[in-house]
Design a protein around this ligand. Structure first.
Ligand SMILES: Nc1ncnc2c1ncn2[C@@H]1O[C@H](COP(=O)(O)OP(=O)(O)OP(=O)(O)O)[C@@H](O)[C@H]1O
Length: 369
């Protein structure tokens, strides 16, 4: 496994890019820690495949370098990078059996027969195809073939990194969850450096140690699932992660308080801002309904099983709140308040750290409404 360094990396598909908009990938400096599992998450067109293809060697970046354990591989072809890749659609040899498909990368590297047998058996178990090892791949469903692709990607333990590009797209929904869980278990067991591209937040949050959120060619935040939930670094992260996403309120800030829709809201800290557009972000989990606070009007209540989503109107803007299991909208709810610790301040869409730093932990979901 390797540490992967992206050094002033950027990419434009144009010959003579003029402005930042001409870059599919805007400048990025980052170390992907050896042995960690990352998810690259973002909407269609944000640059995920461009970044993955640069790491895998399918694309040479127009600017900057890629290093594996300090060695510059920017211009090395994929075959010389010693990586395993699993794509959106299965790549299997139809004329071979499942066993032969799984053994292929190991045979290529000349591993002893008994080691190949053991590793293939283990991976076969993991992808739940133990009983099908001697079947020909040609007759199998797309699902099963993709499981073979996943297995083949994971069968070697000497790769620098394992790259997955939306690998569960063709997998049946109930199997998706199982394979994702197995991938995570496998990661714990073998400690591969894994990079997993997806536009599905559930997939990213359940699979990865760290999620890299991309938006418009830029990495806007790299963090643990918890950090992305509690402290979204950009309003896009707040909106994109969570269901429903984070609420944003136009605000003015004075000292340690904000003014939202004419109401003073104590923030509990000072925020160093510099004259930009200010917004307060509060996740629906941290909006409390009651008789004091910011005036609000309930417009709809949606029962979504384990909890209810309460839609409100605050000063003409839609706001969502989550009422936990067994809770409804309190009688006489005419106002909203924010749970302590559930507030983030944004200036020009980027999060502002409070003076004195963030409070440690910051995890208040357990007691959130
Ligand atoms: N070969 C190419 N030539 C020119 N522009 C490209 C090329 N490939 C991608 N782009 C553009 O670069 C931007 C980023 O595309 P990319 O495929 O990396 O995004 P993505 O996040 O992987 O999207 P998706 O999830 O739809 O695959 C998009 O605007 C896209 O149109």
């Amino acid at each position: 496994m390797a540490k992967i360094t992206l050094d002033t990396l950027a990419h434009s598909y144009l010959d003579a890019p003029q402005s930042p908009e001409d870059f599919a990938l805007k400048e990025l400096n980052h170390d992907w820690t050896d042995g960690e599992a990352y998810a690259l998450l973002g909407p269609s067109g944000c640059g995920k495949s461009t970044l993955l293809n640069i790491i895998s060697g399918l694309l040479i970046p127009s600017h900057g370098r890629v290093l594996f354990d300090g060695r510059d591989v920017t211009h090395l072809p994929t075959a010389e990078r010693n990586i395993a890749q699993v794509f959106q659609f299965p790549v299997v040899y139809d004329t071979m059996t499942v066993r032969q498909n799984l053994a292929f990368p190991l045979k290529n590297r000349g591993l002893p027969a008994d080691e190949i047998r053991d590793r293939v058996a283990r991976v076969g178990r993991m992808i739940d195809m133990e009983d099908a090892l001697d079947r020909r791949a040609s007759g199998l469903t797309a699902d099963a073939k993709q499981k073979i692709s996943l297995g083949r990607g994971m069968v070697r333990d000497d790769v620098n990194a394992l790259l997955f590009d939306e690998p569960l797209t063709v997998i049946d929904p109930h199997m998706k969850w199982e394979l994702r869980t197995q991938l995570k278990t496998l990661h714990r067991e073998f400690g591969h450096t894994m990079i997993y591209v997806t536009h599905d937040q559930t997939e990213a949050l359940t699979f990865a140690d760290k999620v890299v959120v991309m938006y418009d060619g830029r990495v806007v935040q790299i963090g643990t699932p918890d950090e992305l939930f509690e402290r979204p670094g950009h309003t896009f992260v707040g909106y994109f992660i969570g269901s429903p996403g984070m609420n944003l309120f136009d605000a003015e800030i004075e000292g340690t308080a904000a003014r939202i829709a004419g109401t003073r809201v104590e923030l509990g800290a000072r925020y160093p801002t510099s004259g930009g557009t200010l917004k307060i972000g509060v996740r629906p989990e941290y909006i409390r309904m009651g008789e004091t606070g910011i005036p609000a009007r309930v417009t709809r209540v949606e029962d979504v099983g384990r909890h209810k989503i309460v839609r409100l109107d605050v000063d003409g803007h839609p706001v969502a709140a989550i009422a936990g299991e067994g809770q409804g909208v309190p009688d006489g709810a005419t106002h909203v308040q924010f749970a302590e610790g559930g507030v983030n301040v944004y200036e020009n869409d980027w999060r502002v750290t409070p003076e004195g730093g963030d409070r440690p932990g910051g995890r208040i979901r357990e007691d959130a409404a």
